[in-house]
Design a binder for this molecule. Structure first.
Ligand code: F6R
Length: 241
């Protein structure tokens, strides 16, 4: 595991974007695992800039997102489908059919989750997985618990995640209570994992992931056992290291 600390969030995200850019240049048909939330937005802006400059071509790139809320339609402005279109896909030349976000609106969520894992496998697995981290140490929506769950699954969101994500909704009661999330297995099978953590809210989770025990209570701690995991931190997120 490598830990890179930058003065600002912008610099941390730019460095993570440079890793993704180099992956896409080396292998245009890369399978990228993508995240939503606030943390990766500057990285997506940098990828869009590199595309507009003619440095990146996403026409063969395939993406699988980490997660989606249960019960929101693709068009819902708080859905992760909408987020990805709005923050990245609408601004680059990726093919719509090459982008994948779990269907949280499916009537058969367990089947949908199984099919999502199978599709990733059939695509050859994830080359590079981008992650944020929850204040409680979650990656994807793998919440603190008694075990690491291997496959894509339906999750009951923890109260701390509901509170953290209320900022994207009108009120706490509007935050869905469930999500469909990639499991720890697919994340750990990615050839390279990039985790972006910025801001002082993430300092404790970063500390516990890097310096605490490897434990399902802090799901990101599993990344210590990944041979190619890189944490991109700003000074605030690294403050307790
Ligand atoms: C998002 C995801 C989550 C977020 C995490 C941090 O797809 O899987 O694990 O990365 O909750 O969210 P932000 O970046 O909004 O603090």
């Amino acid at each position: 595991m490598r830990i890179c600390v930058f003065d600002t969030a912008q610099q941390a995200c730019k460095a993570a974007a440079a890793m993704i850019a180099s992956q896409v240049i080396r292998k245009p048909n890369s399978v990228l695992g993508l995240a939503t939330g606030s943390s990766p937005i500057p990285a997506y802006q940098e990828l869009i800039r590199l595309y507009r400059e003619g440095i990146l071509d996403f026409s063969e790139t395939i993406t699988y997102n980490l997660d989606e809320y249960v019960g929101l339609t693709e068009q819902h402005p708080c859905s992760y489908h909408f987020f990805m279109q709005d923050q990245l896909f609408d601004h680059i030349n990726i093919r719509k059919e090459n982008t994948h976000v779990p269907d949280g609106h499916s009537e058969h969520l367990d089947e949908t989750a199984r099919a999502y894992d199978e599709a990733i496998c059939a695509a050859g697995g994830i080359d590079m997985q981008l992650l944020g981290i929850g204040r409680n140490g979650h990656i994807g929506f793998n919440e603190p618990g008694s075990q690491f769950i291997y496959g894509c699954h339906v999750v009951n969101l923890s109260q701390s995640t509901i509170e953290a994500n209320t900022r994207f909704f009108d009120s706490e009661k509007d935050v869905p209570r469930q999500a469909i999330s990639l499991g720890i297995g697919s994340i750990m099978q990615a050839k390279t994992v990039l985790l972006i953590a910025t801001g002082k809210d993430k300092a404790q989770a970063v500390h516990d992931s890097i310096l605490g025990d490897v434990t399902p209570q802090v799901q990101a701690s599993i990344l210590r056992t990944h041979p190619e995991a890189i944490f991109f931190l700003d000074r605030d997120a690294a403050a307790l290291l």
